[in-house]
Design a protein around this ligand. Sequence first.
Ligand SMILES: Nc1ncnc2c1ncn2[C@@H]1O[C@H](COP(=O)(O)OP(=O)(O)OP(=O)(O)O)[C@@H](O)[C@H]1O
Length: 250
Amino acid sequence: MNVHTIQRPQATQPTGTPFFYCRNLDSYYGDSYIVQKVSFSLNKGEILALLGRNGAGKTSTLRSIARASTPELHGGEVVLDGVKLHGKPNYFAAQAGVQLVQEDRRIIPGMTVEQNLQLAIINGKKGWSFERIYELFPRLAERRKQEGVTMSGGEQQMLAIARALARDVKLLLLDEPYEGLAPVVRQDIAKALMEVRAAGITSIIVEQNALAALHLSDRAVILDTGEVVFDGTAQQVLEDEDLRHRYLAI
Ligand SMILES: Nc1ncnc2c1ncn2[C@@H]1O[C@H](COP(=O)(O)OP(=O)(O)OP(=O)(O)O)[C@@H](O)[C@H]1O
């Protein structure tokens, strides 16, 4: 499948109470004010590309939404499916359905693919069955008895996404899912993410390869020095050369 030709419904700005929103997020590393009044919202089942140059604050925003321990969220609201994630202990976000797939993939050494999946569901609500996950990623099915860290980068990325799906994920946060992957493997990941989207799961993708992310996404938010400078559809960014040049250098 060519992701460039995927037909997507027209993305719209959420009206009423959106499925997900963050409002005026303020996050700090120590005294450094990094995420500055970031706000955006998403409809259920949409993919949002969170873009910007190096150091713009993409990963920090993603981590703030996931309520990771750093950067520290000092202010703002994060609401998913009507549930407030701000003002709660950090672990609550995962319980409420936020899953962050980090750039380094975090596959547990010494464990097989299947053991990595089993470990993911030891605590908390279960999501997709292993059968359904293996249908999405046949490569993982073939390698279920193989030690996870001995697989290729693409297969490890599949396992990292699979672990999130094994949990009851409502908002999938992907930090650089294409990092270090060959184009053909990126296509496999893109195809899987479109299937995840078709299953109604909402995703936010941070990706250096902005064009690839835009072709996959409904919506786009661009950050510059920790602030939102654009919030609209992915199509708008694809069509606006000035905008792309100014903030994404593409
Ligand atoms: N652990 C940290 N401690 C202090 N400052 C940090 C830390 N992590 C990131 N920063 C700073 O926060 C700012 C935003 O970084 P962030 O990683 O969120 O940007 P990014 O847009 O994801 O960049 P990249 O595309 O290069 O990964 C940068 O100035 C960075 O140096």
